[in-house]
Structure formats: structure tokens, C-alpha cells
Design a binder for this molecule. Structure first.
Ligand SMILES: *Cc1c(COP(=O)(O)O)cnc(C)c1O
Length: 407
């Protein structure tokens, strides 16, 4: 008799994006000539860099020829790509060995899958608000109880609000696994070295592990801000880092990322190297490697030309962010993020709930954004606007906000 994994039943319904779609559809039904402008999506819109396209084409040609054809590769990724990624860490002053880098088909999968190497009784702490995958994947794994009012029993929420500059204070109780995301989705906050150091020191002291999501590291333009947790002394003993080509290079549909699991990583009941071995085993069992075609595209990102093109892409989105932020500030709204991150996080006006603000922005301006409450309880009262979009569309949206938003 087969039974289900009943942890799935604990998940609060996938409420955020379906509800946004429902309200947008309802608005359009009543306002059929309105043109909706979307500043809600966390997806890239601009074309892939030319060097990436060329590299992918070349690999496809090779596969079309028996003499240069290749089949299964290493599940950890191609050596050239792992070396190039290791090299990019060296440029940050972080010494990461290529064999500690595991190439994957994206950071979303890694951020959910990595917890399979940890015991089910580990206590998990998340920033609140957070990228929903961290929470939901741990619910499915059975590390939480049921949710009441959006709070899962057994999960430690670390509030990130304007009061603490959107970076959490250390948990009061002892936790084992800590998810940190910087630059942050959704708040756009970027942790400085001192802030990360407090968590690295906590993790070293408590033999906890930090899972650091650096998917937006390429958006950091301020040289004083860390792009990797491994810029912090001691982090190799206590941190796993996840990164992605998705937002940096427009790979959201192409799919490529990586995960660093250092051999130095130590946990309570195992010697250094054990977690690295478990992750190797997990990947070898469940995963046959990222597409070889796509890995060639990823390698091109690290070429001189690739770096230049990626930097232009990032600058394009960051100019969108600047325009959005400038418009909101001119309206008298309080904004955060949008400077070294592609998300602008705003405080709703007149203490509106984030869903009330969603309705207001939709009704008055025909602009769709993302209510903060959808990312966790502490997102209430905040709202996310994304800088991923074509410039013309962003300009239409901000012109409409400028003209029509009634504060
Ligand atoms: C977009 C995003 C990712 C990237 O996921 P991929 O699977 O690599 O596309 C990872 N983490 C966060 C917080 C994100 O917003």
C-alpha cells in the first residue's frame, strides 16, 4: 500500500503568485482596455550575451560530429568550468578549490537539495522575509510542524525589517542550519562583512552550517561589500555557498548554477570532509550533471568578453532599479535596496497591508508588483518591485506611478 509524504500537506497553499494572477485577471475583467505593466517578476528579459551564444553554438556543432561528440560528463561539472569558477573566487581573495565546486542546473534545486545531507532533526533558521524555497523544501523534508498564520512550528524566523536594516540579529536559541541570502531577494539588502562575520562566528561556535545564497552577487557594485561568504575568515569551515548564472547572465531558461561544499566544512557528528563526501554521493546518485552545451555557455561568461557583456547586462537592470527607486522616492515612499541588488523594497504608504498596496497600485496605476507578506510574516507592510524588464516597459510603469499613484 503506497502512502504519500504527508509533509506536503503541511505546506500552506502556493498562495502568492496564483493570488497575484487572480487579482490581475479580475481587474482586467472589469477594465478591459487597461494595459497592465508588470514590475513583479523575478525573471530576466534581455538577450543572452553574444559570447555565450557563440560558445553554445560551437558546442552544438561538436556534438553533431562523431569525432568530437561526448556523452555523459562528470556529475560535478566539467573541469574547465569548475576551474573558471574557482578562479573567480580567487579574484575575491577567497581560496576555493575546484573540487569543492559542484556545477548544477540552477540554484533553486541546490538550495532545496543540499539539505538532504543534514539530519531531519536539525533546527533551521531563515531570514524573514525569504525566498520561499528554503522554507518549503524543509517543510517537505519534515523539519517543521504545521503552519499557523504563515508560521511553521519548529522553524526559526529571523525578522529582517527597517529596524535592523534588513539583516537579522543572531537567533536567541541554538540553531543548526541558517539560510542567508545576500544581495537579498526580496528586500534588496546587501550584508556587509561585519554582519556576515557575526553569523560565521556564531556558526563556528555552535557547529552550525550557513547556506549562503549569492545568486545576486554580480549586482554588487560597491567594492566594500562581500560577494561571497568566503571573503569572511573561517567561512570555509561552516558555510556552503550557492550561486547561479540565471540573474547574472540571463540563464533563467538555460539553467546553470553551482554549489560550493568545502572539504573543510565541519559539523557536530562528522569530521571535516564528510559533508563534501555526502554531497558528492548525493549528486552522483540523483544527478547526471548539467547539460554539456549549457556548461560551454557558462564557461564563456568567465571570458574577458563574457565578463564585459555580463557587466553590461547587470548595468542595464541596475539602471532600471535606479529609475524605479527615484520615482518612488519622488512620490514620498520609503524605499530600500535597488542599489547593489535588482529589487526595490518599499514601505507601503499609510500603513496599508502589502495586499492593500498591491490593489492600490493595480487600480490606480495598472502596475503589478509583489506583496511583501508573500515572502514571510515580516514582509507585511512592504512591497517588492523588480528591475528585470525592458527599459520601455519600466519607463511606462514609472510614468504611470508618477502620474496616477495617490499617496
Ligand atoms: C532567482 C533566484 C535563484 C536562482 O535560481 P536558479 O534555479 O538558478 O534559476 C536563487 N536564489 C534566489 C534567492 C533567487 O531569487
Amino acid at each position: 500500500m503506497a502512502t504519500i509524504n504527508s509533509n506536503y500537506d503541511k505546506l500552506s497553499a502556493g498562495y502568492l503568485f496564483p493570488e497575484i494572477a487572480r487579482r490581475t485577471k479580475e481587474f482586467l475583467a472589469n477594465n478591459s482596455d487597461a494595459k497592465i505593466m508588470r514590475l513583479g517578476i523575478g525573471d530576466t528579459t534581455e538577450a543572452l550575451p553574444n559570447s555565450v551564444i557563440e560558445s553554445i553554438k560551437k558546442r552544438v556543432e561538436q556534438l553533431g560530429n562523431t569525432n568530437s561528440y561526448s556523452g555523459y560528463g562528470s556529475s560535478e561539472g566539467e573541469a574547465e568550468l569548475r576551474n573558471a569558477i574557482a578562479n573567480s573566487y580567487a579574484k575575491l581573495g577567497a581560496n576555493i578549490a575546484a573540487e569543492d565546486i559542484f556545477v548544477s542546473d540552477g540554484a533553486k534545486g541546490d538550495s532545496a537539495n543540499i539539505q538532504s545531507v543534514f539530519g531531519v532533526d536539525n533546527i533551521v533558521a531563515v531570514q524573514d522575509p525569504a525566498y520561499p524555497v528554503y522554507v518549503d523544501s524543509n517543510v517537505i523534508a519534515g523539519r517543521t510542524g504545521k503552519a499557523t498564520d504563515g508560521n511553521y512550528a519548529g522553524l526559526v524566523y529571523m525578522p529582517c525589517t527597517a529596524e535592523n536594516n534588513f539583516f537579522p540579529t543572531l537567533p536567541d536559541s541554538k540553531v543548526d542550519i541558517i539560510y542567508l541570502c545576500s544581495p537579498n531577494n526580496p528586500t534588496g539588502a546587501v550584508a556587509n562583512k561585519e554582519q556576515l562575520k557575526t553569523f560565521v562566528n556564531y556558526a563556528l561556535k555552535n557547529k552550525a552550517v550557513i547556506i549562503f545564497d549569492a545568486a545576486y552577487a554580480a549586482f554588487i557594485k560597491d567594492d566594500n561589500l562581500p560577494k561571497s561568504i568566503y571573503e569572511i575568515e573561517g567561512a570555509k569551515k561552516c558555510a556552503i555557498e550557492i550561486n547561479s548564472f540565471s540573474k547574472t547572465a540571463g540563464f533563467t531558461g538555460v539553467r546553470l548554477g553551482w554549489c560550493v561544499v568545502p572539504k573543510d566544512l565541519e559539523v557536530e557528528n562528522a569530521e571535516a570532509g564528510k559533508i563534501h563526501g555526502l554531497w558528492t554521493r548525493r549528486q552522483n546518485t540523483f544527478f547526471n550533471g548539467a547539460s554539456n552545451i549549457v556548461q560551454s555557455g557558462g564557461l564563456a561568461v568567465f571570458s574577458e568578453q563574457g565578463q564585459k557583456e555580463v557587466s553590461e547586462l547587470v548595468n542595464y537592470y541596475m539602471e532600471n532599479a535606479r529609475l524605479i527607486k527615484e520615482c518612488l522616492n519622488a512620490k514620498g515612499l520609503k524605499t530600500y535596496g535597488g542599489e547593489n541588488a535588482p529589487y526595490v523594497w518599499l514601505q507601503t504608504s499609510n500603513n496599508l497591508t502589502s495586499w492593500e498596496f498591491f490593489d492600490k497600485l493595480l487600480n490606480e496605476c495598472h502596475v503589478v508588483g509583489t506583496p511583501g507578506a508573500g515572502f514571510g510574516p515580516s514582509g507585511e507592510g512592504y512591497f517588492r518591485l523588480s528591475s528585470f524588464g525592458h527599459r520601455e516597459d519600466v519607463i511606462c510603469a514609472i510614468e504611470s506611478i508618477n502620474k496616477n499613484l495617490n499617496i
